[in-house]
Design a protein around this ligand. Structure first.
Ligand SMILES: CC(C)(COP(=O)(O)OP(=O)(O)OC[C@H]1O[C@@H](n2cnc3c(N)ncnc32)[C@H](O)[C@@H]1OP(=O)(O)O)[C@@H](O)C(=O)NCCC(=O)NCCS
Length: 320
């Protein structure tokens, strides 16, 4: 099958289940389902390739129609190919630069502390492969407390996937930590007070939540993907989630990512309402938008917020 034989190609990547490939045919169109070996981000995308013939160029003069040169150096195909390669290189370079930053949080001093709604916390960054055992246990426990219910029967397998993906070097974290026992309270803390020296006193016991994010390529665009946003039940509804997402969006923009993306279980109606409030929309790459039938079978949606016109067009509007 050449690329001209396939006017419509549906590529479905379910990253939780690697290496499985199947192909469906609908008359002259083909739908291929590929499952990407990168673990656990769900991605579903429909690509349209133009049908059949190479383009014909209309010219003036005696020979009114002439076949355009379509192969070889300088041809339209070759130019298009080199444009695509350049864009791919530029995207990879942006990801490489973002990944090379040691501490993204350090660049956003407005987000180092949060003192509102009875909370007095500070943020701290971390990396997946540097998490100490107590921290890994903390993350696993909070995930179970918050996510077992929305995942339902899928939880046991999803939990295994999450345990694997939480400790890899690409996994970046921002932790929410409480100032330790009464040393600094909301009342005693003054705006701008230097409290960094207190941070060492806080261990896993005073964690209130975390966000796990990565810089990845989706639909050939660089994006910041939120793998997890988890707050302790006692810390929910106090503005912390919004604060964390504002930080995430600023980090995405600073690193020239086209969008922030994330996956939400449909059963997690609270999280859906939260992200809707923050103006996230169901991405055109989400199963329900690629194919409503497949969407019905899937328990999740992919949400996004785009920051430039190309990302908006590809990830929100679904223009290919
Ligand atoms: C979802 C979660 C991250 C939201 O964080 P949060 O700190 O509780 O939310 P916030 O207090 O920052 O809420 C921000 C805004 O969203 C709104 N919001 C939050 N939850 C809402 C809900 N269930 N329904 C409607 N609006 C909601 C708030 O009213 C607030 O609006 P405002 O800015 O006008 O005041 C948090 O509740 C959580 O950790 N839940 C469990 C884990 C989870 O589901 N994570 C998401 C997985 S994808």
């Amino acid at each position: 099958m050449t690329k001209w034989d396939a006017p419509f190609r549906l590529i479905w990547e379910n990253r939780s289940v690697p290496h499985l490939v199947s192909i469906f045919s609908f008359g002259r169109t083909h739908t291929s389902v590929t499952l990407n070996p990168i673990p656990s981000r769900h991605n579903l995308q429909m690509k349209r390739t133009s049908a059949a013939c190479p383009p014909i160029l209309k010219t003036t003069g005696k020979r009114s129609w002439r076949r355009r040169r379509t192969r070889g150096p300088g041809s339209a195909v070759e130019q298009r190919r080199s444009q695509i390669l350049e864009r791919k290189k530029a995207t990879e370079e942006l990801i490489r630069k973002a990944v090379a930053v040691k501490d993204h949080l350090a660049l956003f001093s407005d987000f180092h502390k949060y003192q509102r709604n009875g909370l007095s916390v500070y943020l701290e960054s971390g990396r997946g492969h540097q998490l100490a055992l107590p921290m890994r246990k903390y993350i696993q426990n909070l995930l179970k407390v918050n996510m077992e219910e929305p995942y339902g029967a899928e939880w046991p397998s999803e939990e295994k996937v999450k345990r694997r993906e939480m400790v890899v070097p690409e996994a970046r974290y921002i932790f929410v930590k409480q100032y330790s026992n009464g040393f600094i309270t909301e009342n005693s803390m003054k705006e701008g007070t230097e409290v960094e020296h207190m941070h060492a006193a806080c261990s896993e016991s005073c964690l209130l939540g975390f966000v796990h994010y990565r810089f990845v390529v989706e639909e050939e665009l660089p994006v910041l993907y939120v793998y997890e946003l988890q707050m302790e039940p006692s810390a929910q509804g106090k503005g912390l989630g919004k604060f964390m997402m504002q930080l995430i969006e600023q980090m995405a923009c600073k690193n020239q990512m086209g969008a922030v993306m994330l996956t939400v279980q449909k059963a997690n109606t609270q999280a859906m309402a939260f992200y809707t409030k923050l103006r996230y929309v169901i991405s055109s790459t989400s199963p329900s938008r690629v194919d409503p039938q497949i969407g019905l079978e899937k328990s999740y949606e992919i949400l996004c917020k785009a920051f430039d016109s190309e990302a908006k067009s590809k990830l929100e509007d679904g223009d290919y």
